[in-house]
Design a protein around this ligand. Structure first.
Ligand code: ATP
Length: 287
């Protein structure tokens, strides 16, 4: 219990939709099917009863975890986040117990969002090579999922969010229980523009040494050069670009912070040579 409370539970998250660039369709859908019902369970019952589980699927690094956090923040819920690899590796042999404990804690801390990253690797279609331990985790998970839904009935305020890059690999029984699916795509040009604009705004209030100097025209150029880049790629790219001015300084240990020049479009171009889009066009055919 302590492990869960210390490591994977966050009671208060300061995040808003504005911290997530683009994804307008996802945000709108999430608002209607998740946030409103969590805020007004009295209205969302019967025919308006919300889904108990939702599946975010799409390429990696597109903001699925961020969305999970934003949901918890907006609905003033406790956020429990766990990745399948944690369940299966860190607590070897204890996974089943972990799942049970996690749901018990969630029940105490309602409303609560349980976010399960890489849910496909935990709850993939059963196969004969499954280790006994992973089979047991799977079964326990399904039992708990049904329990969370039926125990408290319509009053249950536990939401399960699964994130996956491989929705088709999921176990049939899990698919049935998580019928609401939401595709989280790579950012389109509007999304990339928002990402870059917000970053520029953020940095202009930060340390003098971290300013980014991009005017509207440069931002547009950068947007066009980063087609196919995920949010996570854009972040890596920006970190790389921000290093370029530093590399031109002889004595970084003694440099006056005011003498560090702002990051420019040229620096981003330099960074583009090394930081490529991680999601390949071919990978997208999968979705
Ligand atoms: P994975 O499938 O690999 O778990 P994910 O879809 O859950 O990835 P996140 O962990 O949410 O992706 O995103 C990784 C990082 O990339 C975030 O911490 C954030 O910095 C950045 N990022 C990704 N998408 C966005 C976005 N739409 N807006 C702002 N930042 C983003």
């Amino acid at each position: 219990v302590e492990l869960i409370e210390n490591e994977i539970m966050e009671k208060q998250i300061n995040m808003t939709w504005n911290d997530i660039a683009g994804l307008e369709f996802a945000k709108k859908t999430i608002n209607e099917v998740i946030i409103w019902p969590m805020l007004r369970p009295d209205i969302f019952k019967g025919i308006r009863a919300p889904p108990r589980g939702i599946l975010f699927f799409g390429p990696p690094g597109t903001g699925k975890t961020l969305l999970g956090k934003a949901i918890a923040a907006q609905s003033k819920s406790t956020f429990i986040s766990i990745s399948s690899s944690t369940l299966t590796s860190k607590w070897v042999g204890e996974g089943e117990k972990m799942v049970r404990t996690m749901f018990a804690i969630a029940a105490i801390h309602q409303p609560c969002v349980i976010f399960i990253d890489e849910i496909d690797s935990l709850l993939c279609a059963r196969n004969e090579n499954d280790m006994e331990s992973s089979r047991r985790i799977k079964t326990e998970f399904l039992v708990q999922l049904d329990g969370a839904n039926t125990f408290a009935g319509e009053n249950s305020r536990i939401l399960i969010i699964g994130a996956t890059n491989r929705p088709d690999d999921l176990d049939e029984a899990v698919k049935r229980r998580m019928q609401k699916r939401l595709y989280i795509p790579l950012p389109n040009s509007a999304g990339r523009k928002q990402f870059i604009q917000r970053m520029v705004e953020r940095e202009s209030h930060g340390d003098e040494g971290h300013q980014i100097n991009l005017d509207d025209k440069s931002i547009q150029e950068l947007v066009e050069m980063t087609k196919g880049y995920s949010g996570a790629d854009l972040k890596t790219l920006s970190q790389e670009a921000a290093m370029v001015p530093l590399r031109q300084i002889d004595d970084i240990a003694n440099v006056d912070i005011l003498n560090i020049r702002p990051v420019t479009l040229e620096d981003f171009k330099e960074a583009l040579k090394n930081v490529k889009a991680t999601v390949k066009q071919g990978d997208l055919n999968y979705f």
